[in-house]
Write a protein that binds this ligand. Structure first.
Ligand code: SF4
Length: 352
């Protein structure tokens, strides 16, 4: 199995994040939005795992849940060997320096009433006992690292461009020497001309500080550039996970195939032979997902079994995981129909 010798820094197993829906005069609970519904993956030390999918597929919720910004519905999250899935929020405080987040919208994530120095210094105030002079020096070093001029430390966020504001957000995320950073669409709110600069900065910082990223994006071209492996999400589930080269050259899951068919290939000699696949219909509501495979309402390869039985998420080639009946053996499917398979335990033992 690929990566069997490497140890995951982060392991996520059967992660569920369901949000209740209340309605009526007495605000009774009438259902739930299954934003993340049984997601499993590993992130190995020093790698960038890309998490891609359409808007609303649950990828941002997944990133936040992994950092325990939510109290998760179910599942296990292990970071550096420590299980934090069910840890109460106050007890997570000592773990916070290890895991940080870079948010999508730097405009919204930076306090407009604080100077850049105060914004970057805030985590140092919360989690360290450094003196004021040491904190100022650390802020200067962080500004150097992300390519911001130290002279501007006393300015406010509005005085900076979008790309510079994202650099401030990255500097703040780096302040406590984290190991694992969730980058939640970090370039989506930036001009195209600035996007490559920020991605290159993230790559440089990864090399410099030995960082591990979960890089969430809907931009498949950018993920292809930065990610080591890629996980594809659809309607709250990971449907395929594979090393970057394999996924882009030979997508296995019909949804991945459709997504990649829409990505322009600049080199005509490398252009994929297949035609663009236009998916019919809308993404079903995560509060009422279809029976069987989540993708069965739009899948060009749908079979009868897909509408009845949820496909198992399994390793079909070394290092390549997919949840689709096209890759299931007939007897596996039969045993699944009989309800004899314990998916949870299978996933827990695997390296994903
Ligand atoms: Fe399509 Fe069936 Fe595979 Fe789902 S399980 S992706 S519906 S072929």
């Amino acid at each position: 199995m690929l990566d069997a010798a490497r140890k995951p820094l982060v392991s996520v197993r059967d992660l569920k994040m369901h949000f209740p829906i209340y309605a009526g005069l007495f605000r009774r609970r009438v259902g739930e939005v299954k934003a993340v519904d049984g997601v499993s993956f590993d992130v190995f030390e020093g790698e960038t795992l890309g998490l891609v999918g359409e808007s609303g597929c649950g990828k941002s919720t997944c990133g936040r849940a992994v950092l325990r910004l939510y109290d998760i519905t179910d599942g296990s999250i292990t970071i550096e060997g420590r299980e934090i899935g069910q840890t109460p929020q106050p007890d997570l405080r000592p773990m916070r320096p290890t895991m940080q987040m870079v948010f999508q919208d730097p405009q919204a994530s930076l306090n407009p009433r604080m100077t850049v120095e105060d914004i970057i210094k805030e985590p140092l105030d919360e989690h360290t006992t450094l003196t004021d002079a040491e904190k100022r020096e650390k802020v200067g070093e962080l500004m150097d690292a992300v390519g911001l001029n130290r002279k501007f430390a006393k300015r406010y966020p509005h005085a900076f461009s979008g790309g510079q504001r994202q650099r401030i957000g990255i500097a703040r995320a780096l302040a406590l020497n984290p190991k694992f950073i969730v980058c939640d669409e970090p370039i989506a709110a930036l001009d195209v001309s600035i996007q490559a600069q920020v991605v290159n900065l993230l790559e440089d910082l990864q090399e410099q500080f030995g960082l591990t990223y979960l890089f969430i994006s809907h931009d498949l071209s950018m993920v292809r550039h930065i990610a080591t492996r890629v996980a594809v999400m659809y309607l709250g589930k990971v449907v395929e996970l594979a090393p970057r080269e394999g996924l882009y050259a030979d997508p296995l899951h019909p949804y991945t195939n459709a997504l990649l068919s829409a990505v322009p290939e600049p080199d005509p000699s490398l252009a994929r032979k297949s035609e663009r696949i236009i998916l019919q219909g809308d993404v079903p509501s995560p509060s009422n997902p279809p029976k069987g495979c989540n993708f069965c309402t739009r899948c060009p390869s749908v079979m009868d079994i897909c509408k009845e039985v949820e496909p198992d998420y399994r390793e079909v080639k070394p290092g390549r995981f997919v949840a689709c009946h096209l890759f299931n053996e007939i007897n596996d499917t039969a045993s699944q129909m009989a309800g004899t398979e314990d998916k949870k335990s299978t996933n827990k033992e695997k390296t994903l």
